[in-house]
Design a protein around this ligand. Sequence first.
Ligand SMILES: Cc1cc2nc3c(=O)[nH]c(=O)nc-3n(C[C@H](O)[C@H](O)[C@H](O)COP(=O)(O)O)c2cc1C
Length: 371
Amino acid sequence: MRTRINDMLGIKYPILGFTPSPEVAAAISRAGGFGVLGAIRYTKIEELAEALDWMDANVDGKPYGLDIVMPSKVIDEGDVTALEGMVPERHKRFVDELMVRFGVPELAEGTAGPNAITGWVHDFARAQVEIALKHPIKLLVNALGSPPADVMAEAHAKGVLVAALSGHAKHAASHVQAGVDIIIAVGHEAGGHTGEVTTMVLVPEIVAAAEGRPVLAAGGIGTGAQIAASMALGAEGVWMGSVWLTTEEYRLEPPGANGYSVVAEKLLAATSSDTVRSKVISGKPARMLRTEWTKAWEAEGSPGPLPMPLQGILVAEAEARIRGSQHKALLGTPVGQIVGQMNAVRPVEEVIRKLAEDFEVACDRVAALRG
Ligand SMILES: Cc1cc2nc3c(=O)[nH]c(=O)nc-3n(C[C@H](O)[C@H](O)[C@H](O)COP(=O)(O)O)c2cc1C
């Protein structure tokens, strides 16, 4: 499994794994892939710095990256209050009523409600990048379009490559204009924010738009055969997010009585039909487990989600309450359709070894078809 990506990033397999968990990210890198830590859950700069220090101590010298959620236009601290004032009362009432109807406990006294758009605030976003570039990261990834020009320039000056997610060929073209080094084609099946076009159709479109820059395929990839298919479509590697949620190293949610968290149990039982593409989390379509929370937003009487970033501001506290109480009916997670094949908890090293083995089998199977 060798492409330009192996040499650009200094890795054994062109398998990049997005994860909010430092433990998982480090394990992916140690196993020969490339772990990319999601920065979004760190609402304090010191916590991100700590996580990156921990990564440095635990990757055994292997390379890793950081994913930020930075829109090309960041806002000032004062704008946050103005945005909060724009959330309609009808929507607030709808969320409050749902919390009462499902008996979701309040946050513990003294626990501050999370701020859903911290990463959008100019000073915070820049501070995240500063901290990241003080660590030996090899790749900076932006979830929301090309990073701002000054961030791109700073990363490149430090020898850090830049990648950006893209759900449409026109986004890929603008990433090329902006000087992004690696383009990630995220198909409709993916967990998290996702567009209308499926991976099978999107990858060749983005390869064509990338003007020779390497493309990673994302969305619905969970087996070696799916990696082989991605490569056949012109991708030079893969970007996977969902499969790590059922690895042994993923310990973000507290385990329940049987050792599995509420979310892990739901993931292990879910089929590929148990996800929904919904605007509930952020105001932009994202794929996640279907739960009573997502259903309530689709039901009659729902005011419908607000546009980004207002929806994120509206639901931040409710989602923290749902997570905090591990509410069985309402709790979900972003996850893609590949969840139907996530049926066992395995260590990251085993997941990657199996991907590499099955990739070889798939390549042999296809090679044997040549006339
Ligand atoms: C739990 C979870 C959280 C995610 N959060 C982010 C994020 O913060 N930033 C980002 O760039 N992508 C995020 N994604 C999307 C992934 O980067 C990736 O595009 C997607 O998982 C690929 O498709 P797959 O889920 O089928 O592997 C998230 C995905 C999951 C499953």
